[in-house]
Write a protein that binds this ligand. Structure first.
Ligand code: SAM
Length: 383
């Protein structure tokens, strides 16, 4: 496919997403049914669609309309490229621009320039104050690719050297001693020896930094109460140096790949369907808005509603209360989200402490996308 044909494909997919179809489903169906598209085309079209999703609102203002065509025009203008070379009408390229399209569009301002819906921009300001703009701007850019070096398999230097053999360049990142930022060759990771042998895992740097803050003494009994795919369970098992982590999730199918991932990593993870106390540490990586990770999953910015956010907060409080009952006396309860919104983070912990006077806060830390990784919050409480 030519670059312009890829833009035309993205335009059609954006129209489907705007009509309410989930982006991942739209992209998978297109990839499966477009036999002319090779893997590079699929990756390029995906990048274009995600660029538009990250900058959905500003692209519409700059492109002068809300259609897929206008939004892609906005994305191209935002990049400083000449739209006439892409909207040429030749071959599979988008049709030529009309005079009206050439004249439409203006530089976005206010909340449109932040690429947040108005109601969320207000919550960002309440939560982040002076850091609002930098956070919103960071969420408009593509996320970097990070790896976690699995200390059960080797050192950071060994992992860097092993990755280099497959043409992947990576360098340490200050957010965590186990974090590597991939600077070249990211698309080769999934078939690299380093990945297949469990020396590295794909994991955001702030996600690793969250695990670094957990009290994981050797011999601790640990429950990951919302284990999901198990990224943090594996990181905790590595920090325990071979010690076991129990993994639980209300939707056990989400942990389907965890046994294979644990085996590859040499990590001791046991799935438990009905956890019973008492653990030295119960870690709750609760379901949340995902607002700290909207670079990777930008659709959430535009689909999330205020009632959904309120429901999530109720779920989070319920998880905290249930998980607290699984902690041994003197043990720790930890709470984490990939959100930057105070109502899911500091406010949630403040309300828990108000209704649970036996607990005290030991650690609270908010990571922001402007730190380099995703936005994450973590709190550690002791009974
Ligand atoms: C943010 S994800 C966890 C991600 C995971 N810790 C990781 O690092 O890959 C939140 C998980 O919480 C689970 N969940 C939702 N409600 C729950 C509940 N009431 N109890 C336990 N887990 C729940 C979801 O199924 C989801 O897998």
């Amino acid at each position: 496919m030519t670059p312009a044909a890829r833009v035309q494909a993205a335009i059609e997919l954006i129209d489907q997403i705007a009509a309410g179809r989930p982006a991942e489903k739209v992209l998978t169906t297109w990839g499966r049914t477009s036999r002319y598209a090779g893997s590079k085309d699929r990756a390029a079209v995906r990048d274009l669609v995600f660029d538009a999703l990250r900058c959905w609102r500003s692209a519409a203002v700059l492109g002068g309309g809300e259609s897929g065509r206008s939004r892609m025009l906005g994305v191209i203008r935002q990049r400083g490229e000449d739209p006439e070379t892409i909207f040429s009408g030749q071959g599979h390229a988008p049709a030529e621009l009309s005079d009206a399209e050439r004249d439409a569009g203006r530089a976005p301002d206010g909340d449109a320039a932040l690429d947040l819906p108005d109601w969320l921009a207000a919550r960002f300001r309440d939560s982040l104050g002076a850091a609002t703009e930098a956070t919103a701007q960071a969420l408009r850019a593509r996320a970097e690719v990070f790896l976690r070096v699995n200390s059960l398999r080797g050192t950071v230097d060994q992992a860097v050297a092993q990755l280099a053999q497959d043409g992947i360049t990576a360098e340490p990142h200050p957010l965590s001693p186990t974090a590597l930022r991939v600077t070249e060759g990211a698309r080769a990771i999934a078939r690299s020896d380093a990945y297949l042998s469990g020396a590295v895992e794909l994991q955001d740097a702030a996600s690793q930094a969250v695990v670094d803050l957990l009290p994981l003494g050797s011999g601790s009994s640990v429950l990951d109460y919302c284990a999901g795919g198990g990224g943090k369970a594996l990181a905790m098992a590595a920090r325990l140096g071979g010690g076991r982590v129990d993994a639980h999730d209300a939707a056990p199918r989400r942990m389907a790949d965890l046994p294979a991932r644990a085996q590859r990593a040499g990590a001791n993870v046991r799935i438990v369907s009905e956890p019973r106390g008492a653990y030295d540490l119960v870690f709750c990586d609760v379901p949340c808005s995902g607002s700290g990770a909207w670079r990777r999953a930008p659709e959430g910015k535009w689909r999330l509603t205020a009632p959904q956010l309120a429901d999530l907060c109720v779920t989070q409080a319920g998880i905290l209360d249930r998980a607290a009952r699984l902690v041994a006396p003197g043990g720790c309860l930890s709470y984490a989200t990939c959100s930057v919104l105070a109502e899911e983070n500091a406010d949630q912990i403040r309300r828990f402490l108000e209704r649970s006077p036996d607990w005290r806060l030991e650690v609270a830390r908010q990571f922001l996308p402007s730190d380099g990784g995703d936005g994450f919050f973590v709190a550690v409480l002791r009974s």
